[in-house]
Write a protein that binds this ligand. Structure first.
Ligand SMILES: [Ca+2]
Length: 276
């Protein structure tokens, strides 16, 4: 649900309905997911060293980036992104820093850690409140090299909006399947108070499909239809994004509650595996 540049509020409402209805839940009889698959850890960040995030893994998006969101993303600013007590803390503030009313951070692995297939596991406790829009997602590396969104591919491992706080969303976007043309593919799952406790948000990305899990429960699977990059741009590397947006096309649909700040988004770890 990124890059809502050209979307009207009406259209967003229609998409919201289609999102919840178009995909049936699957594999609910297999709540522990793909247990038969063996994984080998290839990198992780457990956020053990206080201070700025590890620069060998994380870069930043900076400024007002997309979706008419209200936050200004800062770079190397501890108030917005820091490692503290074993967690990455991404904090949205209304601190009017440098003339920017609301500040936050968006950490990306672009140019540092690119991922092609495998298991991506993120343990996180979400921020909340009307206007909050935390996400864990991926974009095809070709995006920054000239390929248009959504042709580059987008995998949304976790999205949540503060006005609907108990719903976790997983989605994919491709040239053929995206919300702009009403063909978005995804599903959601209810997680009670995801802002009160840590949960594990996972995808398992294969050449044939991508499976989406919360705490080991699969709630969405997107299959490779073998019809080319317009439906499956997911045979190219992607980079990981962990951000806390405020407002914007989706997060701001019911406004921004100015009383929610500061809001903290805690990430305990990121682990990336390849299939053995
Ligand atoms: Ca940790």
């Amino acid at each position: 649900m990124k890059y809502l540049f050209f979307i009207s509020a009406l259209f967003l409402t229609l998409v919201a309905f289609s999102e919840s209805n178009e995909i049936e839940r699957n594999d609910r009889d297999n709540p522990n997911g793909n247990q038969q698959i063996k994984w080998e850890l290839i990198w992780e960040d457990n956020f053990d060293t206080d201070g700025l995030p590890n620069e060998s893994i994380w870069d930043y998006e900076e400024g007002y980036v997309r979706n008419n969101e209200a936050q200004y993303y800062t770079r190397n600013r501890l108030e917005n992104a820091r490692v503290e007590n074993g967690n990455l803390v991404v904090e949205a503030r209304n601190d009017n820093w440098d003339g920017k009313e609301i500040t936050s951070a968006s950490l990306i692995t672009k140019g540092k850690k690119h991922i092609l297939f495998g298991k991506i596991e993120v343990r996180a406790k979400l921020p909340t409140g009307k206007g909050a829009w935390p996400a864990i997602w991926m974009l095809g590396t070709s995006f920054k090299n000239g390929t248009r969104w959504p042709d580059c591919g987008e995998i949304d491992i976790m999205e949540n909006v503060g006005f609907d706080p108990d719903k976790i969303h997983g989605n994919i976007h491709t040239k053929s399947y995206n919300h702009v043309i009403g063909t978005n593919k995804g599903n959601s799952i209810i997680v009670e108070k995801p802002y009160a406790d840590f949960h594990v948000y996972t995808i398992e990305w294969f050449e044939t499909r991508i499976d989406f899990f919360v705490d080991g429960e699969k709630y969405f699977s997107f299959a490779n239809e073998n019809t080319g990059k317009t439906t499956w741009p997911f045979d190219d590397p992607h980079y990981l994004i962990i951000n806390l947006a405020i407002g914007g096309g989706w997060g701001g649909q019911q406004g921004i509650d100015d009383s929610i700040f500061p809001q903290k988004y805690y990430i305990d770890y990121v682990k990336v595996y390849k299939q053995k």
